[in-house]
Write a new protein. Sequence first.
Length: 376
Amino acid sequence: MRILQLITRNELRGAEVFAAQLSEKLALRGHQVTLAALYAPDEEAMRLSSNNVAQVELNGRRKGRVEPQLLYRLIRLIRQLRPDVIQANASHALKYAVAAKLLKQYQGGIVYRNISMTSRWINRRRQQQFGAFLVHRADYVSSVSDLCREDLCETFQLSPDRVLTIKRGIDVPECLDRTGARKQVSQLIGCGLEAPLLFHVGGFTEEKNHMGLLQAFAQIKERHSDARLVMCGDGPLRSEIESEIETSGMSQSIFVLGALKNVRDLLTGADLLLLPSKVEGIPGVVLEAGVRCVPAIATDVGGVSEAITHNETGILVPENDMAAMATEASRLLANETDRKQMGSSARTFIKARHSMTHSVNQFENLFQSLTMPVRA
């Protein structure tokens, strides 16, 4: 098959990273896959890497309405590639894929990958109407979790028969070098190997709730004065959060490392992952941490409860309850036995529920179903 993976920007963000991983796996199965980014990335953002997949930058300007020049560049790419299937990863990609089809410049199938709780992003009637218009013109929708699937169907009055939950797949490392990872982290931030290490990985955007994270960590520090918080990621709110860290007097304990390509390796050395998000689908970082035996403490939003079994593979706390997050983190930092058992359970759970092979199989079967000729 010829597959066009359409993403928002060529950056190390959740939806884009998985699209690149999926593309790589499909290419290794003999499919012709192209990964195309609609909008120009931020200048300092880390780019996606791929050995077997062609990457294209369409260099749009990211305006709310359809940008004619960007649409023209996409249509030209479609004519060149003649894809059998376009997978639109998130709403911007769907908007342009549907526009190309409405203009009769593309006749193949469109799969929309829903990555979050749709209703949390809609605050105007017009948004709901336009979103429904687009989604109903996709041939099929894949959703990252059952809760996100139900939310999408309800928000856009879409038949559940047209939406399939395909959980995010994770490559599971066979060997975990925790000692080596802790040494790397300690060298980066200048702390001892025994210091409690808390990680947060995510873009510096409103929905990731970095301000709440700082509040939780301040309370953790009251009980574990030697704790360190490592924040990996980039985004529009980074400078604001860095200023807040300086103002709070915690700059010797909180380290903003930016977007790193080796973040998964560093994560192996963490004691806990903290995720205080306001909106999530299935957070890939919880899965990446879990397969490295690092339990997560996360707010119970979106599909997070499908990635964490409360009190077994991690801890769920109510949305915006940073006191509860701090209490649970402090408890696990003080109890190494419970923490290690939870991490081991997380690895077992995620290996069983989030197989990359199974996820790729589901997408491949879905794409193939859209290319099969209809029988009379």
